[in-house]
Write a protein that binds this ligand. Structure first.
Ligand SMILES: Nc1ncnc2c1ncn2[C@@H]1O[C@H](COP(=O)(O)OP(=O)(O)OP(=O)(O)O)[C@@H](O)[C@H]1O
Length: 388
């Protein structure tokens, strides 16, 4: 096992199952409504399959009607939850006091015997992963205006967490499946189980890496250095997904098309960024705006965290208040330093085999594009694949 594989034990790597006892201190929960198990059982008709609306790492999610008639999404921590009790507590700790139109609303929780349940506002239109990026049929029309509004809404929610909430919140798991849509297709950021609070005087912390493959900022994935810029990187990846209508990684495609971020950098260098816009829009979009959005995505996914704009700047860029054309985008490069792989392509090839032992993908990457990010992503992915 290489040292890198420690980072990537599971797709949603965090705590090992049962690392925190179910009875971990819940007595401190004060800042939210406490529901009785009986009320939630009645709300969901005894947690019936008919009311089950989702399944995540945490456990099952049910739709239910509370005593006062409000519709709710009721998340039941499963006995063998890999999200764990600690994330249950984090979720309450982080969002119970926060209200924003782009953040999920926590109505309360239930802590009774071994039951650990979270109760949220119910959101009618599933997640972006299930709708925009899902393979199944979705009745939602994601036209350009809708996509633009979704991008702006997510950015505003994140800017609020990063810059207005005290202590600041880093979400750590911004991705398509954590963006839910309400009945008006307003995007709502959910799933705060991995979030970290940053007191005002702390700019970064070193932490165990948790998050989702494909969205992880390199400095965080490699060094565990967490700042708000890690969320901004993930947001950049998500922005690319929304504009292009595809997942960041799709291993069923031709090799050259498997990694969306690679494609974006490659198109950017050829001055053809706009080729990435979702073909299903049939050209019905504002070309300048779409180009701007793709450029913002690249600004957010620059290797050096300090070069990535803040979230409030991203909001201004998205709504057109800052001229993105004047912004310089720094090509990938830092990854090679982080991996200790400075040098020419030949160098990278040799070291790649040494690190991962899987030279076929890496050879392909370095010879086809010579792009260091591409190379490093391949390294990440091969390490990741083998450690799972
Ligand atoms: N507030 C909500 N309103 C409506 N549906 C919800 C709500 N919260 C969750 N869901 C549904 O439940 C599903 C599972 O959500 P959950 O947050 O538990 O897991 P996930 O984010 O999909 O996966 P993971 O836990 O691995 O990140 C969602 O995809 C969504 O369909």
């Amino acid at each position: 096992m290489t040292c890198f594989s420690l980072f990537f034990r599971r797709k949603r790597a965090s705590l090992p199952p049962h690392s925190v006892d179910i009875n971990e201190d819940v007595s401190g929960i004060q800042n939210t409504n406490m529901y009785s198990y009986k009320e939630l059982r009645m709300a969901t008709e005894n947690f019936s399959l008919a009311n089950k609306i989702g399944q995540g790492g945490f456990g099952s999610v049910y739709k239910g009607r509370l005593k006062d008639g409000t519709l709710a999404a009721i998340k039941v921590l499963s006995a063998n939850s890999r999200q764990g009790v600690r994330e249950f507590l984090t979720e309450i700790n982080v969002i119970a006091d926060i209200k924003h139109e782009n953040l999920v609303e926590l109505y309360g929780c239930c802590v009774e015997d071994n039951h650990r349940i979270l109760v949220y506002g119910y959101l009618e239109n599933n997640s972006l992963a299930q709708t925009l990026l899902g393979r199944g049929h979705s009745s939602i029309q994601f036209n350009w205006h809708t996509r633009r509004d979704i991008c702006i809404g997510i950015a505003k929610g994140l800017a609020f967490l990063h810059e207005e909430v005290q202590p600041h919140v880093v979400h750590r798991d911004i991705k398509a499946s954590n963006i839910l849509l309400d009945k008006d297709l307003t995007p709502i950021i959910s799933d705060f189980g991995l979030a970290k609070l940053f007191p005002a005087n702390e700019t970064h912390i070193s932490t165990r890496v948790a998050g989702t493959e494909g969205y992880l900022a390199p400095e965080y994935a490699i060094r565990g250095q967490l700042t708000r810029k890690a969320d901004i990187y993930s947001f950049g990846v998500l922005l690319l997904e929304i504009v292009s209508g595809r997942c960041n990684t799709n291993k069923r495609l031709l090799f050259e098309e498997q990694y969306l971020l690679e494609m974006a950098w490659e198109r950017h260098e050829r001055g053809k960024l706009v080729e990435l816009v979702d073909a299903s829009l049939n050209g019905d979009y504002d070309v300048e705006e779409a180009h701007r959005y793709l450029k913002i995505a690249l600004l957010c996914t620059q290797d050096l965290p300090k070069l990535r704009p803040s979230m409030s700047t991203v909001v201004e860029m998205l709504i057109g208040e800052i001229d993105v054309d004047k912004e310089k985008i720094s090509k990938p490069g830092l990854l090679s330093e982080l991996l200790g792989l400075k040098g020419d392509k030949g160098d990278m090839k040799n070291k790649s085999s040494a690190v991962s032992g899987d030279s076929s993908k890496l050879d392909h990457s370095s010879s086809s594009s010579g792009n260091i990010t591409s190379y490093a992503t391949m390294t990440f992915n091969s390490i990741y694949d083998r450690s799972n």
